[in-house]
Design a protein around this ligand. Structure first.
Ligand SMILES: CC(C)(COP(=O)(O)OP(=O)(O)OC[C@H]1O[C@@H](n2cnc3c(N)ncnc32)[C@H](O)[C@@H]1OP(=O)(O)O)[C@@H](O)C(=O)NCCC(=O)NCCS
Length: 221
């Protein structure tokens, strides 16, 4: 494989990230029929960025091919939480102005999104860190890039004192990666937003890993 490198996410990465997120989740196209899904996914990547304190991309020969956004609670401060609140309002305004496309039934989506958020909260354990968004360009998947991105996040979170890392995923995602990596499934439930997008019942999952049980990343070498 050409040279693999990692660096912090930069706003210039947004288009590449939105493109491979759109490829990974084609069902989102029902939200913007006849429109550019990549534009919608710009908003999705921006949304995942808001709560994240770890924003990293993987590059192959300088080209952005993957990302992992995560949140490490010990890195959060009242100021960062306030910034997140203001940024959320800004994102909401951009969405209302149509910057991410004209959403089909936006209020239905909002209602289902809020219900999903509540369900995820109810099923999630107390965690010190959370994976918010994790995608590798399908052209580059299966070559160890996802594992390397996860190793780097888990190592950084562990160094910051995180003992429990959790994430929410569902059947429309590559949840098997997490099992292979060592995450354990904590609970399963009907995923409201994904079931709406896919037009069929989709199971949602909460996965958890305890860093004390794990030798990862830099420590494994
Ligand atoms: C999840 C994802 C980021 C993994 O990235 P990747 O670069 O393809 O993964 P890797 O090549 O690093 O795989 C790491 C290991 O997991 C294994 N693995 C990955 N997907 C697997 C699957 N579906 N079933 C079984 N094992 C799998 C690989 O074989 C590899 O095993 P190894 O280390 O023993 O060789 C990528 O598949 C992806 O972007 N999927 C679409 C978006 C998504 O579902 N994101 C996560 C859920 S929110």
């Amino acid at each position: 494989m050409d040279k693999l490198s990692f660096r912090p996410f930069h706003p210039d990465d947004l288009s590449a990230c939105a493109k491979f997120a759109a490829d990974a989740w084609p069902a989102v196209s029902v939200l913007v029929p006849g429109q550019d899904v990549v534009k919608l996914m710009h908003g999705y990547v921006e949304l995942a960025r808001l709560p994240s304190t770890w924003l990293e991309v993987a590059c192959v020969s300088g080209r952005t091919v993957g990302l992992l956004f995560g949140r490490v609670n010990s890195n959060c401060t009242p100021a960062s939480e306030l910034r997140m609140l203001f940024s959320s309002l800004g994102l909401g305004c951009k969405a209302i102005r149509g910057q991410y496309g004209r959403l089909q039934k936006p209020l239905t989506l909002l209602r289902k999104g809020v219900a999903t958020g509540a369900l995820v909260k109810r099923h999630s354990p107390e965690a010190d860190a959370v994976v918010e968004l994790f995608v590798v360009d399908s052209e580059h998947s299966g070559r160890g890039i996802g594992r390397a991105l996860m190793d780097r996040f888990v190592t950084a979170a562990k160094r910051k004192g995180a003992r429990v890392i959790a994430l929410h995923t569902d059947q429309s995602c590559n949840w098997r990666f997490y099992e292979k990596y060592g995450f354990k499934r904590r609970s399963a439930f009907t995923e409201i937003v994904s079931s709406y997008l896919e037009g069929q019942n989709v199971e949602g999952y909460i996965y958890v890993i305890e860093t004390d049980d794990l030798t990862v990343g830099l420590e494994r070498r």
